[in-house]
Design a protein. Structure first.
Length: 207
């Protein structure tokens, strides 16, 4: 469906989601063996992923600016590019907050969130690999539904994590910092669902 091989926007979408997967894998690694002394190095690695993703997005926009007839509407390409980039940005934001709030140990729910975010990003990649053939794909609908299901798991995890936090918080500072962190972790799942929502809307629009 791409107008020219070098302007295959569907491959560019896949590439951009791959960066979100890399960011999620790095976050999971950080959470699995959390050590605050390693955070500066991990933040630098995360920023490199985010920066590379930004460059890829800018490359896509440069192609789109010169494109005569893109395979889907320009506005949809731009929105999808932005929503994918938001996923990577949100994952980086989690790591930045760990550093800014001087988190020295993680609550038990944090690792579950990291695992779920990685699952969401991998499901996004799975969906995006079907996007270029959405006219004839028999499975892309189920892949969108899977992302919705994972996001709902994120909502439940967020609710239970916040409940446990406020049952017996050790301090108001702990309550504030972890409320902010849980908000950001849950937002990562929301951002993944938003990408799926845009894809679903594009499919309906072009069917």
């Amino acid at each position: 469906m791409a107008s020219r091989k070098e302007n295959n926007y569907f491959n560019m979408f896949i590439e951009n989601v791959t960066y979100a997967c890399k960011a999620a894998a790095l976050l999971q690694k950080c959470f699995d063996n959390f050590n605050p002394e390693h955070l500066p190095r991990q933040m630098e690695a995360m920023h490199q992923i985010e920066h590379t993703a930004d460059l890829a997005k800018h490359t896509m926009m440069k192609h789109l600016h010169r494109e005569f007839l893109p395979p889907i509407d320009r506005e949809d390409i731009m929105e999808l590019s932005e929503t994918i980039d938001d996923v990577t940005d949100c994952i980086e934001d989690v790591m930045l907050r760990l550093y800014m709030f001087h988190i020295t140990s993680l609550r038990e729910d944090a690792a579950s969130f990291a695992d779920l975010i990685l699952s969401c990003c991998e499901a996004l990649l799975d969906m995006m690999e079907e996007f270029s053939v959405f006219h004839k794909s028999k499975v892309i609908g189920s892949k969108i539904i899977e992302i919705n299901r994972l996001e709902e798991n994120g909502d439940r995890l967020y609710m239970e994590a916040m409940h446990r936090l406020y049952i017996n918080p050790t301090s108001s500072i702990e309550a504030f910092t972890w409320t902010s962190l849980y908000d950001c972790l849950e937002k990562c799942c929301d951002r993944c669902e938003r990408v799926a929502d845009v894809v679903e809307r594009v499919i309906l629009k072009n069917s």
